[in-house]
Each structure stands twice: as structure tokens, then as C-alpha cells.
Design a protein around this ligand. Sequence first.
Ligand code: R5P
Length: 286
Amino acid sequence: MKIIGGPSSQTLACRVAAEMNILPTVSEFTRFPDDEQYLKISEPIEGEDVVLIQSTATDSDWIMLLQMIDACASAKSIRVVIPYMGYARQDQVFKSGEAVSARAMAKTLTGVDSVWTMNIHKKHTLNHFACPAMDLDASPLIAKYILDLKLNRPLLVAPDKGVEKMVRDMASGLDLECDVFDKTRLSGDTVSIQEKKMDIVGRDVILMDDMIATGGTMAESVKILRTNHAGNVYVACIHPVLARNAVLRLANSGVKDIMATDTLEKIQSRISVAPVIAAELKKLKK
Ligand code: R5P
């Protein structure tokens, strides 16, 4: 088996390879003078089972993933792991005339034996891949991390109904209380969160979402919790997109800490999803 990390998931690929007790395969990624991307996999992969790991937060990341797949055309099998799949939030037509971006992107992956995503925004997107696709769940890793923090009467809160099930499952696994806010999106980076009576005075609260993009959802939620005299307020997510000034917005809202996984490699990505990916790879070997 060859573990090949793309530029956006180098550290994660190394961690998965370490879990599998193999060395990661080296690739070269550079750009031509006109800025087009260039990829060369530095080891022979003919007849090998290859695992390509590349998050697709940017258009360039997606193009690199297509190049990685193409470079592995002579492999025995190609498994693509997309820890964070960009464009997945436009998973349906919200307004007439729109593209279903998640479908458009999924359809570009050809010549692949299987795709694994991680906490993809909506599971039905998996049906748009031409090959078998499976979504892995990193939320138990975050749950364990939260448990180890030894917080004061912690309460887990979902900032909107879209992640309610994931957060309720985490809470029940930890034997913690859980609540959910009602969110209305006003624009790409602004939301309104409805005030709600909760038993939070002096308690530590963890807001948990699938991703933090502009930070608007979390910043508004944190403000409400702090106005209502919560103790320390933490935010946690699977995918730390942290676009634009999200980190500053969150700090300004009074958040104590930002906890995230390495599906996107940021300074906040302290919880590695490598064990989840490796566990699935080990099942294939049996
Ligand atoms: C939305 O459905 C997602 O679960 C997140 O709540 C959202 O993507 C967060 O975006 P932002 O950080 O820009 O508010």
C-alpha cells in the first residue's frame, strides 16, 4: 500500500502512514511559470494499492487531486480520501438556476475505485460520486478530547439544527447534557441566533459544529452564551476552514479556545483524524 498525501494534507498523510507502519510516498508539487500546477509522484506506483489523501478547500486543491488521480493511472487500485471536501455546502438548488456544486465536483472524479470523505456536509452528496463512497466520522475523537479537558459541569451546544444529531450523539456518548440553538443565515458571513433559556450560569460550554468558515455562526452563539453568564465557552469543529478574519471574530466574541481536527491543517488542528482513516484501511487488509 502507498499513502500519497497532496499538498493540502501532507501532515495528515504522514500520520496515517505512521499508523499503518509505512513511510509516506513523496510527491513533488510545483507550478509552471504561468502558474499551472505540476505534480510528480517520486516513487513507482504501478500495480500498487494507492491511497490518495487531499482535502479540497481551494480550487487549486481540487485540480491537484485530479492530477494525483491521473498520475496513479497504472496503480492496481486508487482510493481517494478527501478529509475536507470543499463545495459540499452547495449540495442542492436553493434558488432557481443555481449549480449543485457538490455534484459538479463529485462528478469530476473518474478512474477511482472508492472515495472516503469525513463528516461531509450532507451525506446524500456521496451518491454523486461514480464509485462507491463512504463518509467517516471524526466526532468521537473530539468527544474524547473534550472529556479529557475536565471542564466544569460542561454543556454541549449545537449552533444549528443541521448538526443537532452529531452533537446529541457526542453528548450521549460522554453522558453530558446537550442543547441546540435556532440559526437563520442572513448572508454568507452573517447569521442570527435566537436567544434561548438554558441552564448555563457558571458552566463551561462547548459549541460544536461540522465546520467553522467565517466564524459568524460561532461568534453569535458565543456572544449569547456569554451574555447569559456561561463560564468558559469553547468552540470545536471537524473542519477549521477559518476563512478571512474568523479567528479574530471568535477571539473578539470571548471564546476561550478553538478546537479542531487536521482535516484542514491549521494551527488549531490539534486532534488528528489519522486513527479513523487508518482503522478503515486496516479493515481492508483483513
Ligand atoms: C452550516 O450549515 C454549517 O454547519 C456551519 O454552521 C457553517 O458552515 C458555519 O459557517 P460560518 O462559520 O461562516 O458561520
